[in-house]
Design a protein. Structure first.
Length: 177
């Protein structure tokens, strides 16, 4: 029971704050509950398909294939594949992290995992198309051309800054799931 309480302490604190807020200002409390409900519905719509795709990826794609195409010796091929998968993805950024976990479980190089997350958050194709129509072709292309090398640069800097022992711990956690 104590472990369960510790696990959900932040959730319970947030509920308490929400209750106090609602007691102090009913309208603001209703608005906050509405936002929480909307976010919860959005997550319920996004997370199940992502986990279905993760299950399929885990079963259908052998570890050796992932290591070959995105592992330590994948080179440019791994970078491009990480960008393609991240850019073609749909959904909010929190959907990228379970996929990144499966990538780590399958032996994908750490910098390629970071590139995938960076691409998911910054270079999505639907977002690019929206930017072309809303902000103009020049802006969208310029932003994309700045973001792509920046993602690679940041990923490689982080890859070098994270100690091998820390990476090993991260990968071991993914293997145990």
């Amino acid at each position: 029971m104590k472990k369960l309480f510790r696990r959900y302490i932040f959730f319970m604190i947030a509920l308490l704050i929400l209750a106090i807020l609602t007691f102090i200002n009913l309208e603001l409390g209703k608005k906050a509950v509405g936002i929480v409900g909307f976010s919860f519905r959005e997550m319920v719509m996004v997370i199940p398909p992502i986990f279905i795709l993760l299950g399929l990826l885990d079963v259908w794609v052998p570890r050796e294939t992932m290591v070959k195409f995105m592992g330590e010796k994948s080179g440019l091929k791994g970078i491009l594949l990480s960008f393609f998968i991240g850019s073609a993805a749909a959904g909010p950024l929190y959907g990228a992290f379970p996929i990144a976990g499966v990538f780590m479980k399958k032996g994908v190089k750490f910098s390629n995992v970071l590139i995938f997350i960076g691409a998911w958050s910054t270079t999505k194709i639907p977002m690019f198309l929206f930017e072309i129509t809303a902000l103009g072709k020049e802006f969208a292309i310029t932003r994309l051309l700045i973001n792509i090398p920046s993602i690679v640069f940041i990923s490689y800097i982080l890859d070098k800054l994270v100690k091998p022992s820390e990476k090993e711990v991260l990968y071991e956690k993914m293997y145990s799931i």
